[in-house]
Design a protein around this ligand. Structure first.
Ligand code: FNR
Length: 371
């Protein structure tokens, strides 16, 4: 019997060979937002490793929406074309191809994590990586010493909605099967949703309905622009883990609205709203966010993806078997072992001998015959 984790699933017209998803993970390795050989090899290797869906990292819909100078972008047709060969490779090797559409909001214009994870410094500026003006729903900086974001005007919101739509069209032209809208981790759309960062007094702030208005507008515009046969995912921080921040109740309300407008999967992460000095109180343990995916699925009927410290094949399989989520994302563990999915299929299907059938034949043929 095929393990639940390896049972194929169709989302609209897109068939996934299994439920293992590589979640978006920034590589900070682009120049001018363009995908290059690094990205083809990195994402290609993850497709060869057997995942059902590989979602490319946060990809900025406008240049100012990048977190760092190394982020991917999709703000021109040339950027789309650079991504197209990655999508083609993923699909040629059996994985569905996804891309996360993003705007970093007040967490834009930062150092790469391994260069300090703070505001850009004199050192980066000296080598040509200058900071740029940043935007947010309200003029609330991430922390002390960070850039002050400018409050977005109504016209800016119209332009941003258009930028997301143009990005979706480029993703379609590039051959992607799935787009995921990034509304988590303290980036632009999350800061609209959270009362801690949205202090607007217009229609896009105030109560929960007002705070959801812009993220819902973008999701609706994407749903209209993205082909009806292709699924749309949204990633949220299900809770802020901060006094006065987003609660699971808020997320259930948001999920219900997203479901009504045709979103297919809610990818349930958490946290990331504040700077390190006011870090969220969210206990991180194995599968610590699975309960959010489970609650959203149960309470709203929306399909969900579980993510966060899911490392073991049996743990991942149980999440699907118990109906807690439809898809399981494996991030860092797949960075440690890009073959995570094919190895997991072998662990879960102990009856199969010699057990390397699921591997790409360039590796599997040899492994079957290994003495
Ligand atoms: C991430 N994460 C992330 N999330 C997201 O929504 N967009 C992104 O671009 C990134 N970038 C990113 C880079 C790197 C290097 C890591 C490790 C993580 C979060 C990621 O998708 C995932 O939610 C977390 O890593 C938790 O899952 P794991 O790694 O415990 O399986």
């Amino acid at each position: 019997m095929t393990a639940p984790l390896f049972t194929p699933v169709s989302l609209r017209d897109v068939a996934l060979r299994n439920r293992v998803v590589i979640p978006p993970m920034c590589q900070y390795s682009a120049a001018g937002g363009m995908a290059g050989d690094y990205h083809l090899v990195h994402y290609g290797r993850l497709a060869l490793g057997g995942a059902g869906l590989v979602i490319l990292e946060a990809t900025a819909v406008v240049p100012e929406g990048r977190i760092t100078h190394g982020d991917l972008g999709i703000w021109s047709d040339a950027h789309g074309a650079a991504l197209a060969r990655i999508a083609a490779f993923l699909k040629a090797h059996g994985a569905a191809a996804g891309v996360q559409l993003a705007h970093a909001g007040r967490k834009a214009s930062m150092q790469r994590p391994w260069e300090g994870n703070g505001p850009l410094s004199a050192e980066e500026i000296a080598r040509g990586e200058a900071p740029w003006p940043i935007v947010a729903p309200s003029a609330v900086p991430l922390d002390e010493g960070w850039l002050m974001p400018a409050e977005l005007s109504g016209d800016d919101l119209d332009a941003l909605t258009e930028a997301f739509v143009a990005a979706a069209r480029r993703a379609e032209a590039a051959g992607f099967d799935v787009i995921e809208l990034h509304a988590a981790h303290g980036y632009l759309l999350h800061t609209f949703l959270s009362p801690l960062t949205n202090r607007r007094e217009d229609a896009f702030g105030g109560d929960r309905t007002g705070r959801m208005r812009f993220p819902l507008r973008v999701a609706r515009a994407l749903r209209e622009a993205w082909p009806a046969g292709k699924p749309l995912f949204v990633r949220v921080s299900a809770v802020d883990g901060l006094e006065g921040g987003i609660t699971l109740d808020d997320t259930l309300a948001f999920a219900g609205e997203l479901r009504a407008l045709g979103v297919d999967v809610l990818d349930c992460s958490s946290g990331g709203l504040a700077g390190s000095a006011t870090a969220a109180r969210i206990r991180r343990d194995y599968g610590f966010q699975v309960g959010f995916a489970e609650a959203v699925k149960r309470e709203t009927g929306l399909s969900t993806m579980a993510v966060g410290l899911i490392v073991d094949p049996r743990q991942a399989d149980a999440i699907v078997a118990e109906g807690r989520a439809d898809l399981v994302a494996v991030g860092r563990e797949a960075l440690a072992d890009p073959n995570w999915a094919v190895r997991a299929s072998r662990v879960l299907d102990g009856t199969q001998e010699p057990g390397f059938e699921a591997w790409p034949q360039q590796a599997g043929w040899w492994l079957e015959r290994r003495e």
